[in-house]
Design a protein around this ligand. Structure first.
Ligand code: ZN
Length: 89
């Protein structure tokens, strides 16, 4: 029955299209989540006036020390909260 065969192919194509559409939406969602994370990390960067270095708290999953110093000039210190880093405290 050729009619039925065509119908099955159409159905498969439609399913594939749906999946591609879903993957696209998921990728967009993931990108948005990444953007949110980037924003919250940037908002938690402090500038230590004692060693004139930007630093931030990090989750222990990233770094065992729970905080991280950024190389000088890597992040602009303007607009960052002034807070002594755990090393200078
Ligand atoms: Zn410091």
């Amino acid at each position: 029955m050729p009619d039925k065969e065509i119908h099955i192919i159409d159905w498969i194509l439609k399913k594939t299209e749906d999946k591609q559409q879903r993957d696209k939406i998921n990728a967009r969602k993931r990108a948005r989540r990444f953007e949110n994370k980037k924003w919250s990390v940037d908002n938690n960067i402090f500038f230590c006036e004692s060693c004139r270095t930007c630093w931030s708290n990090v989750t222990k999953y990233i770094d065992g020390s729970k905080w991280k110093k950024y190389p000088k000039g890597f992040i602009p210190s303007i607009g960052k909260k002034r807070k002594e880093c755990p090393h200078c405290e």
